[in-house]
Design a protein around this ligand. Structure first.
Ligand code: ZN
Length: 413
């Protein structure tokens, strides 16, 4: 371990994490900070206070993204770091919040050490990453992906529009179009986040250097057969839609092995059989299929392989196979220089790191379209997330924050 590696003030970070974890928490121990809810607004107000106490410049853009700035002069490209403070309903205390508070602590530490900076620093808390109104609203705004239509039509599950929710907080949703940043105003973007998966925890490795974020395609699909009497229809005279689906599910490992990569995953997460009675042969099996990988050409191959394989199953069983693509998200590559910088920062701190993919979507996915971007993962205990059971040991948080600080300083020096 080299002694010149920078260190964050861990006690201060710990206090901030514990305080933020109390905002929006309910009796079930879950955190409720959905975008523009009371919990979210209280967290925003608290964060503003912390930024001002630290003597950093506070800025809020048109998408209600909150920034702390150090050395900002509006003319030099900044190094930006951050994540989100909003949550899913019943969330844990670290998803997003950890990245925001580590970012704030990094800027505070660099300021109090009076370290020379070659570039301004920005710590950001993005709006609605978790998707009350669709997801990654703040980072989409910054990376210029919003349109007046996408803002106007965004609504939550209760039918509340984004426009109404922002208006209730004194904000104009259309101002989000003005949050767009130019590519040359940001030199690099770094996000620290909990892994939300079991890989680091299982391997007892403290740091993940994320080299890619998986993309996906999602199908709404169905096998169509014929509903019939379950007692009188002999097995060889059935067109059982569920039998087709069961065979398809069993084929998943083979398809991934033959046409995917080591990073491919596929999930049938929702199934509905019709008519849906114990004594009726199912005539129809509707299901979702979601496939993820970090390589666009692998996703293409997999899409063709699933199409071929499921059509063949249908033919053999006298069924019809139909599907509709309901969403597609392109994979994103992280900047190799940032992946390297994360690994080097971990080495300087005497820690092991693992180059790995992110299976979950993050704000970095949007920011990577605008600037060089990278992510640091810290372990999630048992891979748990989006639940109050979400946990990362304090020593892993401290290490992750120190890696973030040293990576950030490398990028901004
Ligand atoms: Zn998150």
């Amino acid at each position: 371990m080299t002694s010149d590696a920078l260190r964050i003030n861990f006690d201060r970070l710990q206090q901030d994490l514990e305080h933020l974890a109390s905002i929006g928490r309910r009796e079930d121990h879950g955190i409720y900070r959905m975008a523009f809810s009371d919990g979210d607004m209280a967290a925003r107000e608290w964060l503003r206070g912390r930024i001002e106490e630290a003597g950093l410049e506070y800025h809020q853009d048109g998408a209600a993204n909150i920034f702390a700035r150090l050395g900002w002069d509006g003319s030099h490209a900044s190094v930006m770091t951050g994540s989100h403070m909003d949550s899913v309903p019943g969330a844990g205390h670290l998803d997003g919040a950890l990245g925001v508070l580590v970012s704030l602590e990094c800027l505070r530490r660099i300021k109090e050490l009076d370290l020379p900076l070659g570039r301004p620093l920005e710590a950001v808390a993005f709006t609605d990453e978790e998707g009350r109104f669709g997801g990654m609203f703040g980072s989409q705004a910054v990376s210029g992906r919003l349109t007046p239509e996408s803002i106007y039509t965004a609504r939550d599950l209760d039918g509340v529009t984004l426009t109404e929710a922002m208006q209730a907080r004194g904000l104009n949703a259309m101002d989000a179009l003005r949050a767009r940043r130019t590519a040359n105003s940001i030199h690099a973007f770094l996000e620290l986040h909990i892994e939300q998966g079991p890989v680091l925890d299982r391997n007892h490795i403290g740091i993940g250097a994320v080299d890619a974020i998986a993309g996906l395609f999602r199908w709404q699909a169905c096998f169509l057969g014929a509903a019939n009497h379950a007692g009188t229809t002999p097995m060889d005279m059935r067109n059982d839609a569920f039998q087709g689906l069961a065979e398809a599910a069993g084929e998943i490992p083979r398809i991934l092995e033959e046409d995917g990569s080591a990073r491919s995953v596929a999930t049938i997460g929702r199934v509905e059989l019709s008519p849906g009675a114990a004594n009726v042969v199912p005539g129809r099996a509707d299901f979702s299929l979601e496939v993820r990988d970090t390589d666009p050409s692998v996703l293409d191959h997999l899409s063709q392989a699933f199409r071929k394989s499921l059509s063949a199953i249908a033919r053999r069983r006298g069924l019809m196979f139909e599907f509709q693509v309901v969403s597609e998200l392109a994979p994103v590559k992280c900047d190799p220089g940032i992946v390297e910088a994360v690994g080097a920062a971990a080495r300087d701190l005497g820690a092991e790191s693992l180059v790995m993919a992110s299976g979950a979507a993050h704000d970095t996915q949007m920011m990577a379209g605008l600037t060089r971007a990278g992510m640091i993962f810290v372990p999630s205990k048992d891979g748990r997330s989006h639940s109050p059971a979400e946990w990362t040991p304090w020593e892993d948080i401290e290490l992750g924050a120190n890696v973030a600080l040293n990576t950030l300083y490398r990028l901004a020096r």
